[in-house]
Write a new protein. Structure first.
Lengths: 262, 96
């Protein structure tokens, strides 16, 4: 499946699969980085471990996706080159993943909105025509189902909790909601990946996501925020003002000590 | 309002892969049983230690009093005939 890159491939534009792998891989990488910021700061040691476990799951998924992307690209870059040595505009994560942690409610809301997206995404990618991507998705799916269980549980506790926790969860949801449109807004890469049988139809994904989100929001007694017409495009390399700071921390070690290893 | 420090303690029992019984492994704080299972999963099964988790509120466990240990357990000490070691095993029985 992954023959060594030929000269014909080398130097050519890497194509929609490369781009698509970066989108889902970077979303996991960036979200893992955000969750990692909680280590040592979570409200209870058990939650500290829970968030760190999720971060490590996402990092593992990102490694598989970025390794594959690097092979597809065929320019002898590695997963580490992609993770640590790209410029800001070369990252393709969904903007939602880079939103700051805020309070625990913000983190849970962000996690929930992305988990509810990743589960149906990986369910469909597990049937991708690209067998390697399908295998990665099948593995990631089990992890993401647990993530969704965890974040749904917490969103219900916060939403259907005290007056304060409800107000904070609702505010978090409203702050983050405008960033969810990007997940399903198909552009040329998404359409090409769909046409090639690599990736699912974003519209179908949106319907699934929407239904899952509504069930949990109802149980959490939270109101679904109105749709926003404004679009963010982290997946095309245009990021929020928060991203540069995140990247500085993510890349610090490799930038300061190039090639550093364990 | 319930604070995190008020979360009750849960005792955690985990059945190892291929194990027959759940074994006590430790405890976690959690708001309720569902959260206790998630915390147990995150704290105690990170290295594939288990395939099943039981949780029980620590306050629901009734325990013997260490001060009564002599009265409760000492009498069994000199009753070696309670061990099934006084039987001659027939040669025909190979795998007992």
């Amino acid at each position: 499946m992954n023959a060594a890159p030929t000269d014909a491939v080398r130097g050519a534009a890497p194509g929609p699969l490369f781009e698509y792998l970066l989108r889902i891989g970077d979303t996991g990488l960036v979200l893992a980085q955000r969750l990692g910021e909680w280590v040592g700061h979570a409200p209870a040691i058990e939650e500290d471990l829970g968030l760190a476990n999720t971060a490590l799951d996402l990092l593992g998924q990102a490694r598989m996706l970025l390794s594959y992307a690097a092979e597809i690209e065929g320019r002898s870059r590695t997963e580490d080159d992609l993770a640590f040595l790209r410029e800001e505009s070369e990252y393709r994560n969904a903007t939602l993943a880079e939103m700051p942690n805020g309070d625990f409610g913000d983190t849970i809301a962000r996690q929930f909105l992305l988990d509810a997206y990743q589960v149906p995404l990986y369910e469909r990618l597990a049937g991708s025509r690209d067998t390697r991507l399908a295998a990665i998705a099948a593995k990631a799916l089990k992890e993401s189902r647990y993530h969704l269980r965890y974040s749904s549980g917490w969103l219900v506790r916060l939403g259907d909790g005290t007056e304060e926790s409800h107000a904070r969860a609702q505010a978090a949801l409203e702050r983050l909601w405008p960033y969810t449109g990007e997940l399903f807004d198909a552009d040329e890469t998404d359409r090409q990946a769909l046409a090639d049988g690599i990736a699912p139809d974003p519209a179908e994904l949106h319907a699934d996501w929407s239904a899952r989100v509504d069930v949990v929001l109802t149980e959490a007694t939270l109101a679904r925020p109105p749709e926003s017409r404004y679009r963010w495009y982290g997946k095309r390399g245009r990021h929020s003002e928060h991203f540069g700071h995140l990247l500085a921390e993510l890349q610090f070690l490799q930038r300061s000590h190039p090639g550093a290893r364990w | 309002m319930t604070q995190i420090r008020d979360w009750p303690l849960y005792e955690i029992f985990i059945r190892a892969c291929g194990g027959l019984d759940h074994k006590h492994v430790g405890s976690v704080h959690a708001a309720d049983a569902r959260m206790a299972i998630e915390h147990a999963r995150d704290v105690y099964t990170r290295r594939l230690e288990g395939v099943s988790v039981w949780v029980v509120r620590s306050s629901d466990i009734a325990a013997s009093d260490p001060a009564e240990a002599d009265a409760l357990f000492e009498p069994a000490r000199d009753k070696i005939y309670r061990h099934p070691t006084f039987y001659d095993i027939p040669k025909e029985v190979e795998t007992l």
